[in-house]
Design a protein around this ligand. Structure first.
Ligand SMILES: *Cc1c(COP(=O)(O)O)cnc(C)c1O
Length: 370
């Protein structure tokens, strides 16, 4: 921890989620080793980016793959790719899109902070339908000769009231409009690396720095070869719209190692550890007066893993959830959990290192029994 201590930065135990604000996730040794190896030698970056893409495409059963500097950058490049294809003259048009098709259809209920990435290069989002009542006919009616893509955000924004993704893919195919899935946090399961594209999505976009545990500034754009090639043209080192979203040789090596590791993981290990940890937390906390602790599933990003939902009787305990979170955050070691209003807390085992599950449990018992 030399670097953090020397700057007066306190390390925290992350019992919240793979949050970019906390550093996302921690890289396993094989990822760090791959980055170290890549760091000490010059290579042809375009060739390296292409070879890494080919290998990731193979590992993830996709036609093609591009490594971006994060899922958010992947959304920018995918949008740009849908607008220009590989037309060199059009690629240089950004940010001046007058006269170019540049409308993107999105369920109104899927709108979220990450869709800024679509708009930042000049594309226009057209909201479709109303939350809870959107039909395929709404999407059909929204298609015009300005439509370049349909974006689908998979995760907490997705609901049973959505037009099914399969129907949108059929609609998109009928009109030659690509459907792009933002699946940034949709790992596990590893099979999502190919599920969306095999279902007909033109591209599926993932964060390299969440459960994949690659470098923080890495992401994957997986799917159709022509669109992946267009992303490549928009991206660094080409002096185009993706030039500031540089991916270094270290990130390329690291994310490849992370994908190799991830597709070979036994999914039962994380699942069993998560279930056992949540059960242990629930057992230890449920007995405390004024505290209810329950298994909650799926977690905040809708990954198929459990969290512990702690509900506090604030009057009986004389503490709000914010008080408990503040004590966790300012205690030693510092622990970050997620808030659920004034009376609830979510505690997530997914981002903990070995042994931290017990530290979190002890601190929670101490604070809540007080
Ligand atoms: C995390 C997330 C992103 C951004 O991913 P980065 O790899 O941090 O750029 C985009 N979309 C959704 C839905 C996310 O959850």
């Amino acid at each position: 921890m030399g670097i953090y201590e020397s700057l007066g930065i306190r390390p925290v135990i992350n019992a919240s989620a793979t949050l970019t604000r906390l550093g996302g996730s921690l890289m396993p040794p094989e990822v760090i080793q791959a980055m170290n190896e890549a760091a000490v030698c010059f290579i042809d970056m375009e060739e390296f980016q292409r070879r890494v893409g080919e290998r990731i495409a193979e590992l993830t059963h996709n036609e093609a793959a591009y490594v971006s500097s994060g899922a958010a950058a992947g959304l920018v490049l995918a949008t740009a790719a849908c607008i220009t294809g590989d037309d060199a003259a059009l690629i240089h048009r950004f940010p001046h899109l007058d006269g170019l098709k540049h409308e993107v259809l999105v369920h109104k209920s899927h709108r979220n902070g990450y869709d800024y990435t679509i708009q930042q290069i000049g594309a226009k989002i057209i909201d479709v339908g109303q939350p809870g009542q959107t039909t395929l006919a709404d999407f059909e009616a929204a298609i015009t000769d300005m439509t370049v893509a349909i974006f689908w955000f998979q995760g907490a924004m997705t609901s049973a009231d959505d037009v099914p993704l399969a129907d949108l893919i059929r609609l998109g195919n009928a009109h030659d409009i690509p459907v792009i899935v933002d699946a940034a946090a949709q790992l596990p399961p590893a099979s999502n690396l190919w599920n969306f594209t095999h279902a007909g999505a033109a591209l599926a976009i993932f964060s390299g720095g969440k459960d994949l545990r690659g470098p923080q500034s890495s992401g994957l754009v997986l799917g159709r070869k022509d669109l992946v090639e267009a992303c490549r043209k928009h991206g660094c080192p080409n002096p185009n719209v993706g030039r500031p979203m540089k991916v270094g040789k270290e990130e390329l090596a690291g994310v490849l190692a992370a994908v190799e590791r991830y597709v070979n993981l036994d999914p039962a290990v994380l699942e069993q550890y998560s279930e056992a940890t949540v059960t242990s937390w629930c057992d230890a906390l449920s007995g405390i007066d004024g505290v209810t602790a329950q298994r909650s599933f799926p977690n905040e990003a809708c990954q198929p893993l459990p969290r512990c939902h702690i509900i506090i009787d604030t009057e009986q305990l004389g503490l709000s959830s914010n008080d408990v979170m503040e004590q966790l955050r300012t205690g030693t070691p510092a622990i970050i959990v997620a808030s659920d209003g004034d009376t609830g807390i979510f505690v997530n085992p997914m981002t903990l290192e070995a042994g931290e599950d017990q530290i979190v449990q002890q601190r929670l018992v101490e604070i809540l029994k007080h």
